[in-house]
Design a protein around this ligand. Structure first.
Ligand code: AHR
Length: 656
């Protein structure tokens, strides 16, 4: 037999073998099932991995109010600089600094800020430099400079501007700086100009002008846009363990995060020391990104806000004595904080907390619907504290949906104890967390198929595939998350929300990985997991469709996972299929129950595929990326081949 004939025969045999072993998927188009909640796919934000200060919050100056325990952390000084512990213009951030004439005419008095892993700026862009100052010698001058300390040219100075301090009283001054070079590890310098006269300074800030929505004290536009691009339905904040703090004194107290930024008191960030092997002693929370900004961002990106509040427990991992927590009979202030938060979000502008919201620029209510009480809490100590919260919230705000916790584990004693307790207490949703390895995700395709349909709904509030021995943002982890998510979708009548965690990580400042979005001071990159979340978000649909093989849901047998939805506005049928095996999977997708003349004209196929350990990085951002093609659909039985190790979305577009 000649070679050409042999090859042709081999191809024919392979084609018929693949045809013969095709898996038939029956899609019932006639009987749409449960509604897919708009909140189904969302985002979880926590200030971990420098997610807020040094991340989403666009402030470039570290320790801008000199309130870090060591007041000059982040600052280098020259000449004569004096730090004062009290007496500044802001009651809750009382420190300030005096720049005094240097002792010798050839010396300069100067403050230099190192930023968060450097101060990055870009040629041609504008940066808003501001500070508060006063002087006994009105007319005294300061100079602000953006410098590249590593520059090898004639000058280190990439932008400069002068400020004349003209008042004996504290006053805010602002200038725009326009660098003529792009620098990733720059510095900000503030000089006292000659002839020198002492000037007091406080709250020294440097913000890009092009923040998200152009808000003067806003967010990094590129990072906020990444969030918007996910099309999230719910936005959970501010965590995470940060809700609990390392101790109750360092818990997240939302009331400290609203009002003028200059007067929001500093808090420790518990992630500075959570892991000895990833230790960041200069990690604090300025709360420049606070609850008002979180609500506003939720509104901007079309997601329901879901704040989580402290339930009177400090981190249970780190605090074992009862005395570390608030006694059940002393929870009054904590419960009031919860009620006040609802008023802050929803109350009229004439109410006490509604007025605070209005004074910040949002007289209209934010329309808060959900509130999480406690983060990842467990045990009777949680249940006994949750109950009085639920009682008080129900009495004052019966429409607010309350989220309780099922603890830190996806199953086991804590989980088994808490779920019945959550039912008994009558919370509306139960937050489940699972950072689990590959085999767990592969085994959980049917996790929710048998969950009780009455009682609280599920909020898969923190999850990510943590590769065994390889905990990175590699493609295989994302593939298994996609597989698991078919089970969320199929069970949209019991699962209301799901949020991958954590969200952001600075490449030089992370404590926890994997994460959804990595960034440095100039760039950001979506991970494979980001694309999985985004593909679900873009193809959420509105109603579950029954998708079966031999009458059963496709939940991982032979490594295949699948689910389907109808998108009512477009009439599209959307099938999601995940092949976690190393071999291609021939599929026959049978669109059952189509009305006459309603056979879809074409199918838009989006696939995500890469090598198991492939991952995107800032320097190689496109290693893993969705690819979209289209194919015609000739009949209600459509044949395709789902490649090995691939997440595919088949979007059947209805005949118009
Ligand atoms: O997402 C990181 C941490 O994981 C969260 O802060 C906490 O809730 C969980 O333990």
């Amino acid at each position: 037999m000649n070679t050409a004939l042999k090859t042709a025969l081999l191809i024919a045999c392979a084609a018929s073998a693949s045809q013969a072993s095709a898996l038939q998927l029956d899609l019932d188009t006639r009987h749409p099932g449960a509604e897919i909640p708009s909140t189904m796919y969302g985002i979880f934000f926590e200030d971990i991995n420098y997610g807020a200060d040094g991340g989403l919050y666009a402030e470039k100056v570290k320790n801008r109010s000199f309130e870090f325990p060591a007041g000059l952390t982040g600052w280098s000084v020259a000449g004569d600089v004096v730090l004062h512990d009290t007496g500044g213009p802001f009651e809750r951030n009382p420190r300030y600094v005096t720049l005094q004439p240097a002792v010798h005419p050839e010396l300069h008095t100067m403050l230099e800020n190192e930023g968060f892993f450097g101060i990055a700026f870009e040629a041609g862009k504008e940066y808003r430099f501001s500070l508060w100052a006063r002087t006994d010698a009105p007319g005294a001058k300061l100079k602000a400079e953006l410098v590249d300390p590593a520059a090898n040219g004639e000058t280190q100075i990439m932008a400069a501007g002068d400020i004349t301090v003209d008042s004996r009283d504290w006053k805010r001054y602002e200038i725009m700086l326009r660098p003529d070079a792009t620098v990733d590890k720059g510095r900000l310098r503030v000089f006292l100009c000659k002839p020198e006269a002492a000037v007091d300074v406080e709250h020294i800030s440097l913000m890009p002008a092009d923040t998200w929505k152009g808000r003067p004290d806003g967010m990094r536009a590129d990072l906020a846009q990444r969030l918007a691009d996910l099309r999230p339905g719910v936005f959970r904040f501010p965590g995470g363990c940060i809700v609990e703090g390392r101790t109750l004194d360092t818990r997240y107290n939302w009331k400290n995060t609203v009002g003028p930024v200059e007067n929001r008191p500093l808090n420790e960030n518990r992630w500075q020391s959570t892991f000895h092997h990833r230790f960041f002693p200069d990690y604090y929370q300025t709360y420049g990104l606070g609850f008002y900004e979180f609500f506003e961002l939720s509104e901007d990106i079309g997601a329901e806000p879901l704040p989580i509040i402290n339930v009177g427990l400090s981190c249970q991992y780190q605090n074992h004595a009862d005395s570390c927590h608030i006694p059940v009979d002393s929870l009054g202030d904590y419960i009031q904080d919860a009620l006040d938060l609802i008023e802050f979000a929803n109350g009229p502008a004439t109410s006490t907390w509604g007025a605070v919201r209005a004074s910040m620029g949002h007289p209209e209510p934010f329309g808060l619907k959900f509130l999480g009480v406690g983060n990842e809490q467990w045990g009777p100590e949680y249940v006994s504290r949750l109950e009085p919260f639920v009682k008080a919230i129900r009495a004052a705000y019966p429409d607010i949906k309350i989220v309780g916790s099922s603890g830190p584990d996806s199953e086991g004693d804590k989980f088994d104890y808490l779920w019945p307790e959550m039912r008994r207490i009558g919370v509306d949703l139960v937050d489940e967390h699972f950072y689990r390895p590959e085999e767990w995700f592969l085994s959980q395709g049917a996790r929710y198929d048998d969950y009780p349909r009455r009682g609280p709904k599920v909020f898969a509030g923190e999850y990510a595939c943590h590769g065994r021995g390889y905990k990175r943002n590699h493609f295989n982890a994302a593939l298994l998350e996609a597989a698991f998510m078919t089970g969320l979708e199929r069970n949209a009548d019991v699962v209301d929300m799901a949020t991958y965690a954590p969200l952001f990580a600075h490449v030089e400042g992370w404590q926890w990985r994997p994460d959804l979005i990595w960034f440095d001071n100039l760039r950001s990159v979506p991970t494979s997991s980001y694309y999985v979340q985004q593909l679900y978000g873009l193809n959420r649909g509105t109603r579950v469709l029954r998708l079966t093989s031999a009458g059963k849901p496709v939940t991982g047998t032979d490594g295949l996972f699948a689910s389907a939805v109808l998108d009512e506005p477009s009439g599209d049928y959307i099938v999601k299929a995940v092949n976690t095996t190393g071999s291609p999977a021939p599929l026959d997708i049978a669109l059952k129950g189509l009305r006459k003349g309603k056979t879809p004209a074409e199918v838009v196929i989006t696939t995500l595929h890469a090598g198991a350990r492939d991952e995107n990085s800032l320097d190689r951002p496109d290693v893993v990326k969705p690819v979209t093609t289209t194919a015609t659909v000739a009949s209600a039985d459509w044949h395709t081949e789902l490649p090995a190790n691939t997440f595919a979305i088949y979007r059947f577009t209805s005949a118009k």
